[in-house]
Design a protein around this ligand. Structure first.
Ligand code: ADP
Length: 461
């Protein structure tokens, strides 16, 4: 892996399966002690939100680059988090504040809130353990399913009720806190384009927030962080309805995948800040001193097939050439010829563009997608192109239902056909002799979603 090649020293913890390597607290601690390691950065997957890990690291005299184990544990439980923020002025989605034990009482509350409602697992994460109940007659059945799902996925059957917000936006605030009690936010990110309740496109700032709303949400986010004496980098997530009413969803007690968009608009290196904070340094700036400029967008380039329900697509990166130029940032861990392994999240790269305005950032993104040359596996790039050309995205009037509402695999085929036609036009105009043969070759590449055939055809001619 690229990050291993960059490292001065690397130690193999175990085989690829994460239960034998990335999740082995005991082995990781052993190696760190042998090497006299000062600090551990847990990244954003695996053990990064595991309070037991944070505790063990600290108990072994190693610095954990992240929040306290107590903060991780409070925010790791959605019910404990709701209880903790009670003292602060943080709006919560209407619902039950404790785990459901009494079904008739819960049904009464559900009726008051009004159907549809959502049954959620307190220990839930990654979009799992959520059930929508459309009407009272389905309550018990969905409740039973939610409890058994929560038990098997998280080992904790506690579930609660929330009002189901029909067409919500997902807007979150980046938090930084130091170990001296200072907490600031670094503004908002909108992550409403999701598949399977999981983010795939993010941007900063949100296209729809007014200055007033941004201020109110920022203050609520700081309230959430204060409620657990937070230090380090963290994210407070809100669900926002059509009228821009906002409700606290949860706090992620780690760096987020989408942190680059915040870095681009604020100029703050979040990982560097995490390390400074872990060393005990004070933030050194106040909320009033922070500002942002321009607009940044991120597309998660996953090895997934959007035409096939976004299923992971493993294989070898036959070609892999990154886009370049002003306002383009690619955070990746792969190079041409490398395999995408089946063991982990299939993210190849984060493609980020930055510009003075949202409109220009979108244009830059479309240009970068055209330039990004990946073959050998299916990716989310063709899907990205569809989204960035879509009126709903361009106008900012979209919500977490974007994929359900607008996306059909056939739109990608349409994209490809359009490209084929354009290509055919260019070729005939240039009177390329072997146009038939070229078309056949091109059509094959076009199938892979984002075609670089036109570029190649030009080069060959
Ligand atoms: P997880 O911890 O599993 O990621 P979250 O509480 O963060 O769960 O919710 C994930 C996503 O599920 C949200 O971004 C949103 O799309 C949807 N969601 C969560 N709560 C609600 C709600 N009350 N009404 C409608 N959609 C919701």
């Amino acid at each position: 892996a690229l990050h291993v090649r960059y490292a001065d020293e690397a130690v193999c913890i175990g085989p690829p399966a994460s239960t034998e390597s990335y999740l082995r607290i005991d082995k990781i601690i052993d190696v760190c002690k042998k090497l006299d390691v000062d600090a551990i950065h847990p990244g954003y997957g695996f053990l990064s939100e595991n309070s037991e890990f944070a505790k063990t690291v600290t108990e072994n005299g190693i610095i954990f680059i992240g929040p306290s184990p107590e903060a991780i544990s409070v925010m790791g439980s959605k019910l404990a988090a709701k209880a903790a923020v009670g003292k602060y002025d943080v709006p919560l989605v209407p619902g039950t504040e404790e785990a459901i034990t009494d079904i008739p009482a819960a049904k009464k509350i559900a009726k008051e809130i009004g159907y549809p409602i959502l049954i959620k697992a307190s220990a839930g994460g990654g979009g799992k353990g959520m059930r929508i109940v459309e009407q009272e007659a389905d309550f018990e059945e969905q409740m039973d399913r939610a409890v058994s799902e929560a038990k098997s996925a998280f080992g904790d059957g506690a579930v609660f009720i929330e009002k189901f917000i029909g067409s919500p936006k997902h807007i979150e605030f980046q938090i930084l806190g130091d170990q001296h009690g200072n907490i600031v936010h670094l503004f908002d990110r909108e992550c409403s384009v999701q598949r399977r309740h999981q983010k795939v496109i993010e941007e900063a700032p949100s296209a729809v927030l007014t200055e007033e709303k941004r201020k109110a949400m920022g203050e609520a986010a700081i309230g959430v962080a204060k409620a657990c004496n937070y230090y380090g980098a963290g994210t407070v997530e809100f669900i926002v309805d059509e009228k821009l009413n906002f409700y606290f969803l949860e706090m992620n007690t780690r760096l987020q995948v989408e942190h680059p968009v915040t870095e681009e608009i604020t100029g703050v290196d979040l990982v560097k800040e995490q390390i400074r904070i872990a060393e005990g340094e004070a933030l050194g700036y106040t909320q009033e001193e922070l500002s942002f400029t321009g607009h940044a967008i991120e597309l998660r380039v996953y090895a997934e097939d959007p035409a096939n329900n976004f299923l992971p697509d493993i294989g070898t990166l036959k070609t892999y050439n990154r886009p370049q130029g002003p306002g383009v940032r690619v955070d990746d861990g792969f190079e041409q010829g490398m395999d995408i392994p089946i063991h982990y999240d299939p993210m190849i790269a984060k493609l980020v563009t930055f510009a003075d305005t949202r409109e220009l950032a979108i244009k830059r993104m479309l240009r970068a997608i055209e330039e990004y040359d990946i073959s050998g596996i299916e990716t989310t790039m063709g899907f990205g192109k569809f989204v960035f050309n879509h009126e709903a995205f361009i106008s900012g009037k979209f919500d977490t239902k974007f994929v359900d509402k607008y996306f059909e695999p056939s739109v990608l085929e349409g994209e490809n056909k359009k490209e084929e036609l354009e290509i055919a036009g260019v070729l005939s105009a240039m009177m390329v002799k072997e146009s038939k043969k070229a078309n056949e070759q091109g059509a094959q590449q076009v199938k892979s979603g984002t075609s670089n055939w036109r570029k190649r055809a030009w080069r060959n001619s």
